[in-house]
Design a protein around this ligand. Structure first.
Ligand code: SAH
Length: 212
């Protein structure tokens, strides 16, 4: 996701430490205290401008959500949306999703969403894909027993790669959708920004649901 540098991003983020954290290490093991109620926690890695995570928090008040984003200006746009909705079950994090086991205690997370993650198509960049085995290893430790991972993408290469990588890692598949918007799974679907953009152009959306 490319956005221009936003000079208002830094002060807005600094003004709202109750909603967005830039040093998530300090909340490791204590995330529930950041929410109004202790409830299962689901995270999105690479939330972009936050459309999905805000909609999910509105739709599922019985779940706590954390949106993680590495780009400051992008996270600041998500923060604006979160503030406009005043959600007691939504927290944001401006940090690198590669270090999740520094931010979360073992078993602290219930489900992980990977939506339209960067595909890193070159073989020499395989290790950067968010479904590479080193990432899966970290996901397994921060997730509850049998915790779930859901992935959506328009990128066939990343989808095929993720199926293999996750299968080789021993994940169990609960659903594979080669054309999400023309499947039963479309009924409950909450669109992301990228999803909206790509499907408007007629591109197919892939989805998989899995658990450890
Ligand atoms: N999930 C959103 C955005 C997809 S674009 C949507 O579906 O619309 C991918 C996003 O992941 C970008 O905003 C990018 O900055 C972010 N990202 C990439 N690597 C990341 C990392 N290591 N940690 C956190 N966010 C990351």
């Amino acid at each position: 996701m490319r956005v221009r540098n936003k000079p208002w991003a830094e002060p807005l983020i600094a003004a709202h430490p109750e909603v967005i954290s830039t040093n998530p290490i300090e909340f490791k093991g204590n995330w529930q205290a950041r929410f109004k109620k202790p409830q299962p926690i689901r995270i999105e890695i690479g939330m972009g401008k936050g459309h999905f995570i805000v909609e999910m928090a509105l739709k599922y008040p019985e779940i706590n959500f954390i949106g993680i984003e590495i780009q400051r200006s992008v996270a600041a746009i998500a923060l604006k949306k979160a503030l406009a909705n005043g959600l007691p079950n939504l927290q944001l994090v401006l940090a690198d999703g590669a270090d999740l086991n520094e931010y979360f205690e073992d078993g602290e997370i219930d489900r992980i969403y990977l939506n339209f993650s960067d595909p890193w198509p070159k073989t020499r960049h395989e290790k950067r894909r968010l479904t590479y085995k080193t990432f899966l290893q970290v996901y397994r430790t921060i997730l509850v027993e049998h915790g779930a991972i859901e992935l959506k993408t328009d990128n066939q290469g990343l989808f095929e790669y993720s199926l293999l990588s996750m299968n080789n890692f021993g994940l169990v598949f609960d659903g594979v959708y080669l054309d999400l918007h023309h499947s039963d799974e479309a009924l409950e679907n909450v669109e992301t920004e990228y999803e909206h953009k790509f499907s408007e152009k007629g591109q197919r959306i892939y989805k998989l649901k899995s658990h450890f």
